[in-house]
Design a protein around this ligand. Structure first.
Ligand code: SF4
Ligand code: SF4
Ligand code: FES
Length: 536
């Protein structure tokens, strides 16, 4: 592989790589604002300027300048190496690039910082980007100058609503055009553009339009400063109080890799943001997925219920024993859930098929909906493939098949995972015909409302789990917050049900369960970004 030198370190590169891309791949940050690995190159911020040393014996590009001589307080003609944007210049074999080791680069970075901050309001204390703002970070690393401009700054529009999800502050905007390029190149909806020049430049929404496509929240995510903020998140939390868990989005079958940011002091989830995985979602997520973090706390089932009334776990398990203990072999059906992890589906499936004599298995979940050709999948469940993979040797029936079997009178007892169903409420009258419906679920929903016994399960935010996406890639999701109320992973409930029925089944640890599950599990996905971190 060809390589070049960056501050004396050998960096391999692929044909067509720019200096910044090769450095980024090698884990080296060349300071930048406008460059993003998933967007085209604009090269407008000039923060990434580097010095490219000429080959021995050759004179490199030079730039004539006037330099102030402090002794005489006069300007003298001088010259210095002409710096070049690392985001635009392609790597060449044997190239010698100076970044942190060049005094000319250090001077340029300081000057760029000063220019970008010349008209910037000093509102970091009330800015939502504080703590993850490149202007702040780079000022500390490369600025630290004394403010020289005493004039009133150029004032521009503040708190402009761009649409249902995003607010724009033109005074904070450095006009890097990342948001403009994102909506055009990724969201395929070129609804943003730049107007005016110099210190009057600002971003605007196309006349007659709003920023309202499926990917509006990504504009806030790619904005390197606090110019675009999300209505959902602004003023809710300070990012330095938040911790991140590497999760898998639950919004659809694409299974985008995400960080779930939560406050460990209150165990509250605050936002979802994309985690880079080039095999799945690259750098992006859709709005539905980014807002789906709310499901960590919304409409939760947190305590056991018997016949619609709150009960202790012991009382609920006694009722399960009374109802399922005497069921005839083959008289119980199992409903797996495309909303739950493979671990949950696997444990309940094995309990039901090997110990409860369950013959018929069905898979439920949310109904299909609209998708798009970027990421959003019509299947609104994160684990349809995983649930089906663990249904047993025969292909599972659909939820409609389950209702038909109940209506035909051959099914009286059902053990169900998950509350979600793909049909409207009218069809659920069939569920009322059951003598026994035991539901293990994390959220309220039709299968909880109709249940005789409800056991509270954890959400994806509260328990580690594996989800198999539409491409058949199995992806692991980490737990973030502590389980609410008495909820516990559904795979643990499978063990508790077995104990109540005196059956020899259960897994003491997640690792033990995963080892047992491994042979039936689809291929693992290439890992996403390993460490929680800021956007590129
Ligand atoms: S709003 Fe943000 S992303 Fe868009 S041009 Fe301004 S600074 Fe860049
Ligand atoms: S495309 Fe699907 S998995 Fe990706 S963020 Fe959107 S809802 Fe989540
Ligand atoms: S990152 Fe290279 S010019 Fe902006």
């Amino acid at each position: 592989m060809p390589s070049f030198k960056l501050d004396g370190r050998e960096i391999p590169f692929e044909k067509g790589d720019t200096i910044i891309r090769a450095a980024h791949r090698a884990g080296i940050d060349v300071p930048h604002y406008c460059w993003h690995p998933g967007l085209s190159v604009a090269a407008n911020c000039r923060m990434c300027l580097v010095e490219i040393a000429p080959p021995p014996g050759q004179r490199g590009l030079r730039l004539d300048i006037l330099r102030l001589d402090p002794a005489t307080n006069t300007y003298a003609v001088a010259n210095k190496p002409k710096l070049q944007p690392a985001c635009q210049v392609e790597c060449g074999e044997g190239m010698n690039v100076l970044s942190d080791s060049s005094e000319h680069v250090a001077e340029a970075r300081k000057a760029v910082q000063e220019l970008l901050l010349l008209n910037h309001p000093v509102d970091c204390p009330i800015c939502d980007q504080a703590g993850e703002c490149r202007l702040q970070d780079y000022w500390l690393e490369h600025g630290r100058y004394k403010k020289r401009m005493n004039d009133e700054i150029v004032h521009k529009p503040k708190a402009v609503s761009f649409g249902p999800t995003i607010v724009y502050d033109a005074e904070r905007c450095i006009v890097c055009t990342r948001c403009v390029r994102f909506v055009e190149e990724v969201a395929k909806d070129p609804v943003l553009d730049k107007r005016e020049r110099g210190n009057l430049g600002e971003i605007m929404v196309a006349p007659g339009r709003q920023l309202d496509n499926n990917y509006t929240l990504m504009t806030e995510h790619v904005c390197p400063v606090g110019a675009l903020t999300a209505k959902d998140f602004r003023f809710k939390a300070r990012v330095w109080f938040l911790r991140s868990a590497r999760t898998v989005c639950q919004g659809c079958a694409t299974g985008c890799n995400a960080y779930l940011d939560y406050d460990p002091r209150t165990m509250t989830a605050y936002r979802h943001r994309p985690r880079e995985n080039m095999a799945v979602n690259q750098y992006w997520m859709c709005d539905v997925g980014m807002l789906s973090y709310r499901r960590a706390h919304e409409a939760r089932v947190t305590h056991a219920r018997v016949d619609g009334k709150l009960a202790t776990a012991g009382e609920a398990l006694d009722e399960v024993k009374r109802r399922l203990g005497g069921s005839p072999a083959g008289g119980v059906a199992l409903v797996l859930s495309a909303q739950h992890s493979s671990e949950d589906n696997y444990a309940l499936s094995r309990l039901a098929r090997e110990h409860l004599g369950v013959g018929r298995v069905f898979v439920s979940g949310l109904p299909e909906g609209p998708g798009d050709d970027v990421l959003y999948h019509p299947d609104k469940n994160p684990n349809t493939a995983g649930a089906k993979a663990h249904a047993g040797p025969d292909a599972p029936g659909s939820f409609a098949d389950l209702l038909a079997a109940i209506d035909a009178g051959g099914l009286k007892h059902v053990l169900a995972l998950g509350a979600e169903v793909p049909v409207d409420d009218a069809a659920l009258a069939s569920l009322r015909k059951l003598s026994t419906l035991v539901t293990v679920a994390a959220h309220e929903g039709p299968l909880v409302a109709a249940a005789h016994v409800v056991l509270p399960a954890t959400t994806w935010a509260e328990a580690a789990g594996t989800y198999v996406n539409a491409k058949g890639l199995a992806q692991k999701s980490e737990a973030a917050v502590r389980p609410r109320g008495e909820s516990r992973p559904a795979w643990e409930w499978a063990g508790q049900i077995a104990k109540a029925l005196s059956l020899p089944f259960g897994f003491a640890k997640l690792g033990e369960l995963r080892r047992a599950m491994a042979p039936a599990e689809p291929a693992a996905a290439p890992a996403g970004a390993a460490q929680p971190g800021a956007a590129p």
